[in-house]
Design a protein around this ligand. Structure first.
Ligand SMILES: Nc1ncnc2c1ncn2[C@@H]1O[C@H](COP(=O)(O)OP(=O)(O)OP(=O)(O)O)[C@@H](O)[C@H]1O
Ligand SMILES: [Mg+2]
Length: 248
């Protein structure tokens, strides 16, 4: 099976006019099926930009981004449902006027037209249970849930299409430590069941250590170190990684 993410020598400039600058340079990242790559680095180092390229939301100026064996072309349709994202602050990503169940089944609209409304509802209920919520939560509105519950609902929405690749960008950073640990354990458990590969972006080293099989360290738009969590976090080679570990 091909890698869920195969990013080679990716470079990108962002901004307009005098504000235009190089944000990523020669970034090479690979994620195997079922594997989680943690991406750490200080604020502004380019983590979210790398994630947006992995999601096909930004096009690199140089290099290639191949996801689930297919490079991104003009339309993201080929990747619909195969690639999903869980982002920070799901209170912003859920429509406040829609019941959660409707938001959760929404991604199915683009991939599984054959599935009728009842089957969708059933899949939603099953997934709500898997993420530790209840089927009745489908009837609730986003503001009626706690932050941790909303984050679980966001994970349910990402998994409803049974994706091969999920990008988590600061997905647990807004939660307090106890809830964070629960959600991280949940992500690991769901990965065992669903087998998706993941890019786990976070400035929280404890979270990255729990979530990741491998870790990549980003400094000013470049990857400076990659390896097993124990190697990178406990025996960093690069002086920047050592400083990052001290400051984060
Ligand atoms: N659309 C844009 N136009 C101009 N500059 C941008 C744009 N998006 C990001 N940047 C710049 O690119 C750099 C990397 O931003 P990015 O959001 O990828 O960092 P990050 O590592 O995710 O940071 P954080 O940890 O704060 O989320 C920053 O200097 C940012 O200002
Ligand atoms: Mg970011």
């Amino acid at each position: 099976m091909s890698d869920v993410l195969d990013m080679r020598a990716v470079g990108i400039h962002l901004g307009r006019g005098k504000g235009r600058r190089e944000v990523l340079r020669d970034v090479t990242l690979r994620i195997a099926p079922g594997e989680t790559l943690g991406l750490i680095g200080s604020s502004g180092s380019g983590k979210t930009t790398a994630g947006r390229i992995a999601l096909g939301l930004l096009r690199p100026d140089s290099g290639t981004a191949t996801v689930c064996g297919t490079p991104y072309r003009r339309s993201r349709r080929e990747h619909a449902g195969k690639v999903q994202a869980v982002l920070q602050s799901p209170q912003w990503s859920f429509n406040p006027r829609r019941r959660l169940g409707d938001s959760i089944i929404e991604p199915l609209g683009v991939v599984d037209r054959g599935l009728d409304r009842m089957a969708r509802k059933e899949r939603c209920a099953a997934l709500l249970v898997q993420v530790g919520l209840l089927p009745v939560h489908a009837e609730r509105y986003p503001h009626e849930l706690s932050g941790g519950q909303r984050q679980r609902a966001a994970i349910a929405r990402a998994l409803i299409t049974e994706p091969e690749f999920v990008v988590f960008d600061e997905a647990v950073s807004a939660l307090d430590v106890a809830v964070q640990q629960k959600v991280l354990r949940l992500i690991r458990k769901l990965q065992d069941t669903h087998g998706f590969g993941a890019l786990f972006i976070s400035h929280d080293l404890a979270a990255v250590r729990v979530a990741s099989d491998r870790i990549a360290v980003m400094l000013a738009g470049e990857i400076v170190e990659q390896g097993a969590p124990g190697e990178v976090l406990d025996h960093p080679e690069h002086a920047y990684t050592r400083r990052l570990i001290e400051t984060l």
